[in-house]
Design a protein around this ligand. Structure first.
Ligand code: GLN
Length: 386
């Protein structure tokens, strides 16, 4: 019964696998959400805002204090100067920012270069907007961008690059050289870059997140999207933002007003408190996550699962082909019964389920140490062979 603009788009894998975890009582390393909340003072600020009467519609573009805090964040971390009144818009999570950006900017038939595997909402929203995706595939085990493939993806019909770094699901953090290659292409072919940087602070081993907007000539043609969810462990708040030149931000607002109209009023001042008063919180979170990454990766390897060590995000990817599986979805569906653990089959993020992602499985490590230890000990004790 669903309209053609949604044809072929399956229900989001995250809901499906979280439901499977609940149904089977499994340890859920599928959907990426932390099991410890962000700063208590930020939660208290939201409670305070609720009690103080911030309970009616916020301005569509976002409350001034939050837009100011977002502009300050971009200046503090990246040296990017933004006018909070015209170059910053608040959205209902980064997912809405992606939706509003694509609906607000992409014409039917426009080609959009996008890194594959792609976060599932990109696929759905590109299809709803009538955009045509031109994938550039990141391949295991190192998931780097093939720069020749990137250049070859651009045609005369290409108008956008939809970038994501640090990259979900692979954990790849684009190097400066890779981001420069994207920028060079954008300048040469007059492309607009839409970049999802929600994992901007979650980078490890001294690797550097290079926002594409910081490269010469790129601030004018880059729409940067992010959110509070990952950086401050507040994924359920669904507060995100879009920043960039006014003509791109206003296109986001033009679409956003017909999607959610405005975003949660009492949460916005609290997010402003997070950004303004706790600027170092995400860095401390990343330090903790780096240890958890190591705990998970070593546990997975000990359980017989070859696993790539990601430089960013809170996801690690294993190759299950050595255990006799050539289908990660079948592996993930068998896993609750075999081991009492839930993971995400990465093949659903590739165009071809039999293609380069078919044997890849994604695990989230944004969980308490004892949860990670329990999961890997269950996996170690289980028969994981096909
Ligand atoms: N971003 C989260 C993940 O990749 C999930 C978000 C969602 O469930 N839509 O796991």
């Amino acid at each position: 019964m669903v309209a053609s603009r949604l044809h072929g788009i399956p229900p989001t894998i995250f809901a499906e696998m979280s439901a499977l975890a609940v149904r089977t009582g499994s340890v859920n390393l599928g959907q990426g959400f932390p099991d410890e909340d962000g700063p208590e003072t930020v939660v208290a600020a939201a409670v305070g805002a609720l009690r103080a009467g911030a309970n009616q519609y916020a301005p569509g573009i976002g409350v001034p204090a939050l837009r100011r805090a977002i502009a300050d964040h971009q200046l503090r971390h990246y040296g990017l100067e933004l006018d909070p009144d015209t170059q910053v818009a608040v959205t209902t999570g980064c997912t809405e920012a992606v939706a509003a950006a694509l609906l607000g900017l992409v014409e039917p038939g426009d080609e959009v270069v996008v890194l594959e595997p792609y976060y599932d909402s990109y696929l759905a929203m590109l299809q709803m907007a009538g955009g045509v995706r031109r994938p550039v595939t990141l391949r295991s085990p190192d998931f780097r961008v093939d720069l020749d493939e990137l250049r070859a993806a651009v045609t005369p019909r290409t108008r956008f690059v939809l970038l994501n770094s640090p990259h979900n699901p692979t954990g790849t953090v684009l190097t400066r050289t890779e981001v420069e290659a994207v920028a060079a292409l954008a300048l040469e072919h007059d492309l607009t870059v839409i970049t999802d940087e929600v994992y901007e602070h979650l980078v490890y081993d001294g690797s550097e997140h290079v926002p594409v907007a910081t490269l010469p000539g790129m601030a004018e043609r880059t729409l940067t999207l992010s959110s509070v969810g990952k950086s401050y462990s507040l994924t359920g708040w669904k507060v995100g933002w879009a920043t960039g030149p006014a003509h791109l931000v206003s296109a986001v607002v033009a679409a956003k007003q017909w999607l959610t109209f405005t975003s949660g009023a009492p949460l916005q001042p609290a997010v402003a408190v997070a950004l303004a008063d706790h600027p170092d919180w995400p860095t401390a979170l990343a330090r903790d996550l780096q240890d958890k990454r190591d705990l998970l990766v070593s546990g997975l390897v000990a359980a017989g699962l070859p696993t790539s060590t990601p430089q960013g995000t809170y996801f690690a990817t294993s190759d299950v082909s050595g255990l006799g599986w050539d289908d990660g979805l079948a592996f993930c569906l068998a896993l609750p019964e075999r081991a009492g653990v839930v993971a995400i089959p990465a093949q659903v993020f590739y165009d071809d389920p039999r293609g380069p992602g078919r044997h890849l499985v994604r695990w989230a490590f944004c969980k308490k140490r004892d949860v990670l230890a329990e999961a890997t000990s269950r996996l170690g004790a289980a028969d994981l062979g096909r």
